[in-house]
Design a protein around this ligand. Structure first.
Ligand SMILES: [Zn+2]
Length: 186
């Protein structure tokens, strides 16, 4: 039986898969208000060519539209990866109640890894954090994506070196042809 948190995290994972289909880093999230999913978002940074197009900001925008308020009081975000500094900042600004995180991001996360912007005493709002919901699934989704990306890049590199080899061989043949012609007519 899936717990309530796991059920919602699964919805966030579904959003992350949408990003993956676009060859984007698979990160997804949803926002829940009074037991209802009011917004969904996924990473579209490359597709939109916009650094602001993180899953969390896309969902925050939709949730505010739905509620008709920039304040997301009473809302919970479920996100597959620990938010970055930009998104953690926006979450504090939105006054959201709680963020449930799939896996942590040791290199860039700002909900406890590099920083914990969600719970700075100096700010006027702190966000409750729950970590590690469907953690394994969320983290293997990312590592599989990066593994496939590395293999794709390796293949592309290989293809490039092959076509370069072809071009070199063709050039050699052309030079030989030229000299043969010269010999014939010279
Ligand atoms: Zn972010």
């Amino acid at each position: 039986m899936l717990s309530q948190d796991e059920k919602y995290m699964r919805e966030a994972i579904r959003q992350a898969k949408k990003a993956e289909k676009l060859m984007e880093v698979p990160i997804g999230c949803i926002i829940v208000y009074e037991g209802q999913i009011i917004a969904r978002g996924y990473n579209r940074r490359n597709t939109d060519k916009n650094t602001l197009s993180h899953a969390e900001l896309n969902a925050i925008r939709k949730a505010s539209k739905k509620l008709g308020d920039w304040r997301l009081e009473g809302c919970t975000m479920y996100v597959t990866l620990e938010p970055c500094q930009m998104c953690a900042g926006a979450l504090v600004q939105s006054r959201i109640d709680k963020v449930v995180i799939g896996c942590m991001n040791g290199k860039a996360g700002c909900a406890g890894s590099v920083l914990n912007l969600l719970q700075m005493e100096g700010f006027n709002h702190q966000v409750e954090i729950v970590q590690g919901v469907l953690e394994q699934e969320c983290s293997s989704m990312l590592s599989c994506f990066f593994k496939e990306l590395r293999e794709l890049k390796k293949q592309q590199k290989l293809m490039k070196s092959f076509s370069r080899k072809d071009a070199d061989e063709k050039e050699d043949a052309d030079v030989k042809e030229d000299t043969d012609e010269k010999r014939n007519y010279g």
